[in-house]
Design a protein around this ligand. Structure first.
Ligand SMILES: Nc1ncnc2c1ncn2[C@@H]1O[C@H](COP(=O)(O)OP(=O)(O)OP(=O)(O)O)[C@@H](O)[C@H]1O
Ligand SMILES: [Mg+2]
Length: 511
């Protein structure tokens, strides 16, 4: 007897429906065809045990399973449940009339319980598009799949529930999530809040500017100064994600199976890969390319802690994707593209020993050591960082104060207002949405200075010995400061403040 069951395969951030045909005939044997990988081929062991432990069996006959389309590689263990239900039905152990209405997926443990799968959200979206009525999958992925409103999502914990559903009509519990309500409710409760940061008013101001103009930023400071703490809070003051952005981001995290028991992501992602990370982990890779850290931080923040410790070669691979805001990974037979639009926050100690110009420092570094350390980060990546700021630790008295700082939600209101101004400004310009994205021509157009501001900038450039590349960055940041104030004309006070945020361009740093 021939049975058809349906599963799905995820490629990039999109899914394709897989038709699984199971045929049972006289004879013996177990043949799985249609480009399955090893994990799929091994499924018969898991299925055999899971069925036995639930009072069923793989029949001792000739079983042929075909997974179509045949040119698409089928990966992983998520087809266990699909195949098991197909075998039970084809061998008449259960009767299932409505198999064609459902996508069925899940990895089986030997006792029949279900393990989570990857890509539940893209699969659900595809299933709805193709008119399937429901999606049966492991409970852990149910909320994630239920983001797709046009589909009945059934989260199950054991194959026995699926068997009873098809064989006896025992209803499965439908998982329903009010995605929009949960999404908007969560917006006002950021995971990490600037209210927890004591003092550091000038750094908070700086991060507000970075968020407002989408400027990449580097924090320079000794150990324990609070760099990591500050960076983690940046997503909370960026404008709230739109539903569309949230869906895009959630899809990418769904593909790597990182959405455990969670629905739509309402917080912008914050990713902090270790400095020993490989380039494949950073930009994405593998024989079946998975998204890397730059895509997992899409619409959020990528934090590179201890920037000079990263291998230069690894950072180099980020350059193009940073420019394009997406990354394309090519393999012999296909290419896949993942979005990668993120804000970069980097941190570094001011010297390899951790301190700089500090008479009380426990370790000191020689000028040569300093040069080598700082030399590691010079160049193209630094060229894409508009704001440099030095972070000094807050004194103990401040840390022990009870007073709460301004909350992230308050700061975010000002950031959002400044972003609205930019959205209007760049409405007609393709690929430019905020100040950090302006090219030289646009800077000339939108950051015009009056005579006295021009003189101020010229004077500062000479006096502080600022490099030429600092010039455009200062103008962009000054534009953002003016936007935060809600004024059209960039003035001397905006320029003056922006100049302060170029620490690494000054003499004595990168020279
Ligand atoms: N301004 C502050 N307000 C409240 N707590 C702070 C502040 N600064 C530092 N801390 C406390 O000090 C701890 C260390 O800060 P954090 O890890 O962010 O420092 P860091 O600059 O990243 O240091 P490292 O260079 O060692 O990574 C924080 O977890 C926090 O508890
Ligand atoms: Mg840190």
């Amino acid at each position: 007897m021939l049975t058809k069951v349906y599963g799905s395969s995820v490629f990039g951030v999109d899914a394709t429906t897989i038709t699984v045909e199971v045929n049972i005939d006289k004879g013996v044997g177990y043949h799985l065809v249609g480009l399955p990988d090893n994990a799929v081929k091994e499924s018969n062991y898991r299925i055999a045990a899971a069925l036995l432990n639930n009072g069923y069996k793989i029949p001792g006959k000739k079983i042929t399973i075909n997974m179509a389309p045949a040119d698409l590689r089928k990966e992983g263990s998520a087809y266990d449940l699909t195949l098991a239900i197909g075998i039970l039905t084809a061998s008449n152990q259960i009767k299932s009339n409505d198999l064609d209405k459902y996508i069925i997926m899940g990895e089986l443990s030997l006792d029949g319980s279900l393990q989570p799968i990857k890509g539940a959200l893209p699969i659900a979206i595809k299933a709805r598009e193709e008119g399937f009525e429901g999606f049966i999958l492991p409970m852990e992925n149910a909320k994630e799949a239920a983001i797709e409103p046009g589909l009945k999502v059934y989260g199950v914990t054991n194959i026995s529930e699926v068997i009873s559903f098809f064989d006896k009509g025992t209803p499965l519990e439908q998982i329903i999530v009010d995605t929009k309500e949960e999404f908007y409710k969560a917006l006002d409760f950021p995971e990490y809040d600037f209210a927890d940061v004591k003092g550091q008013e000038s750094i908070k101001r700086c991060m507000e500017i970075a968020a407002a103009g989408g400027h990449n930023i580097i924090l320079i400071g000794p150990p324990g100064a609070g760099k990591t703490m500050l960076a983690k809070r940046l997503p909370s003051i960026l404008p709230p994600m739109t539903l569309h952005e949230a869906l895009e981001t959630t899809k990418i995290h769904s593909v790597v199976g990182k959405i455990k028991n969670m629905g739509l992501m309402s917080q912008r992602p914050f990713r902090s890969p270790h400095h020993t990370t490989s380039s494949a982990a950073l930009v994405g890779g593998g024989s079946y390319p998975q998204p890397g850290e730059i895509s997992l931080s899409h619409n959020g923040v990528l934090f590179l802690d201890e920037l000079p410790e990263f291998e230069r070669r690894v950072l180099e691979v980020m350059r193009q994707p940073m420019e394009d805001r997406e990354v394309t990974i090519s393999r012999a037979r296909f290419t896949v593209t993942y979005p990668s639009s993120f804000m970069l926050v980097a941190s570094m100690n001011p010297s390899p020993g951790g301190y700089f110009n500090d008479p009380d420092a426990p370790v000191t570094s020689s000028p040569a050591e300093m040069q080598r350390y700082l030399g590691k980060i010079s160049g193209p990546l630094l060229d894409r960082i508009d704001i440099h700021i030095e972070v000094t630790p807050v004194p103990f008295e401040k840390l022990s104060e009870d007073r709460k700082g301004e909350s992230s939600v308050e700061i975010r209101k000002r950031v959002t207002a400044a972003r609205d101004i930019q959205t209007k400004r760049f409405a007609e310009i393709e690929n430019v949405h905020y100040n950090a994205q302006m090219n030289t021509k646009q800077i000339r157009e939108f950051c015009t200075l009056d005579v006295s501001s021009k003189a101020l900038l010229k004077n500062a450039m000479e006096r502080l010995n600022l490099s030429a590349r600092a010039y455009d960055r200062i103008l962009k940041v000054a534009r953002t400061i003016a936007d935060l104030e809600g004024v059209e004309q960039v003035g001397g006070n905006h320029i003056g403040e922006a100049i302060q945020y170029r620490s690494l361009d000054r003499e004595g740093w990168l020279g």
